[in-house]
Ligand binder design. Structure first.
Ligand SMILES: Cc1ncc(COP(=O)(O)O)c(C=O)c1O
Length: 394
């Protein structure tokens, strides 16, 4: 038989999804395993969204709709971009997708040619390099440093530039590190992007999950030259806990948006109309629901960090956004996959190895969990790591 696609065979399945699948498999087998692994909200989606979805179904809104998304949703997203992010994407420059993951993939498909280089600060969200590879383009990982809060510096970006460099991927707040770039930090990177004629893809899916003084800044808002080269991805999975309904979106400069819409028209036609009606209702309900969501994650974060401070041998940067802690576990003398397996098999606790995010020596924990689950999960983590203490520094 002839071989499968070399590109498909060259990519690895998402390690976060694989760990979640393994956790669910163990749970189904009856073992009382807990998870700090999955990157998903633990809260229900807003009731207004549920009602809108049910209403849409009852009203028979189940036929094909516009391939780029419902006109009223694209208009609402255009207003949202303007009011919340200072961005001017007209409705026709907005594509509604089946999750932010598909928005990223469609934006890359519309932009990249084989051999193009995509600059990706690492640690990164697992999907970026694999999606780039799948398109025959080349991911160029730029290692960020723990000491810099895992943020890309202008010097590191400059050093990674080549004539084939085409796109810079930014993700703030960042999965897995929780890093949030300031306006000044983004402006310094933006100046280089403009000078080097790079496109920018900004993944802002965690924009509403922020702590302390951290603020979300959209790179496309940093002046007309950035607006002309930046696509902004967002979605309803995190802020509105609609992850199973698969709804994301992307705003882009006109030509890039047009190419994306053409891609989607063949690849997916459009995301579920039911999910789109739910999303529209969630946008309207946002002022009433987002503060409670933020408070929930704030409390979970404080609890998680307090528990981590009790465990000797760990090091991390407090997250300024998203709902993860990226833990330096090098003191325990095990690689990240072995440590994650140890915690899963011996202590019934799922975590995600840093390797999948491009950084050995780390584990990613998600604190998007109820206090009850967190309390038990951190008991297990503490016991599991204390049992390894001989390897850790005193
Ligand atoms: C940084 C980042 N971008 C995009 C996504 C995808 O979200 P969605 O569920 O909308 O596809 C995730 C989900 O984990 C993420 O962490």
């Amino acid at each position: 038989m002839k071989t499968l696609s070399a590109r498909a065979l060259a990519i690895a399945p998402s390690p976060t999804v694989a760990m979640d699948a393994r956790y669910k498999e163990i749970l189904a087998g009856g073992r009382p395993v807990l998870s700090l692994g999955a990157g998903e909200p633990d809260v229900p989606m807003p009731e207004a969204g549920v009602q809108a979805a049910v209403r849409a179904l009852r009203e028979g809104k189940t036929r094909y709709a516009h391939m780029a998304g419902l006109p009223e949703l694209r208009s609402a997203l255009s207003r949202k971009f303007h009011e919340e992010n200072g961005l001017e994407y007209p409705p026709e420059n907005i594509l509604v997708t089946s999750g932010a993951k598909q928005a990223v993939f469609t934006a890359l498909t519309a932009l990249l040619n084989p051999g193009d280089e995509v600059l990706i600060p690492s640690p990164y969200w697992v999907t970026y390099p694999e999606a780039v590879r799948l398109l025959g383009a080349v991911p160029v990982e730029i290692a960020t440093r723990f000491e810099d809060g895992f943020k890309l510096t202008p010097e590191a970006l400059r050093a990674a530039l080549t004539p084939r460099g085409k796109l810079l991927l930014l993700n703030s707040p960042c999965n897995p590190t929780g890093a949030v770039y300031t306006r000044a930090e983004l402006s310094a990177l933006a100046a280089i992007a403009v000078e080097a004629d790079l496109y920018v893809l900004s993944d802002e899916i965690y924009e509403h999950i922020l702590y302390g003084e951290a603020a979300a800044v959209s790179p496309a808002s940093l002046g007309p030259e950035m607006a002309a080269r930046t696509a902004t991805v967002n979605g309803f999975s995190k802020a509105f806990a609609m992850q199973g309904l698969r709804l994301g979106y992307v705003g882009a400069p006109a030509a890039w948006a047009k190419a994306m819409i053409a891609v989607q028209s063949h690849a997916a036609h459009h995301p579920s109309t039911i999910s789109q009606y739910a999303a529209l209702a969630c946008l309207e309900a946002a002022p009433g629901v987002l503060p409670a969501m933020r408070l929930h994650y704030q409390e979970a974060r404080e609890y998680a960090l307090a528990r981590l401070r009790e465990i000797p041998g760990l090091r991390w940067n407090d997250p300024d956004g998203a709902f993860y802690v990226f833990l330096d576990i090098t003191a325990f003398g095990m690689d990240s996959v072995s440590l994650a397996e140890y915690l899963l098999e011996k202590w019934d606790l799922a975590t995600v190895p840093g390797l999948g995010f491009g950084r050995e020596g780390y584990l990613r924990l998600s604190f998007a969990n109820s206090r009850e689950v967190l309390a038990q999960a951190f008991d297990r983590l503490e016991q599991g790591l204390r049992a390894l203490a001989p390897h850790a520094p005193a």
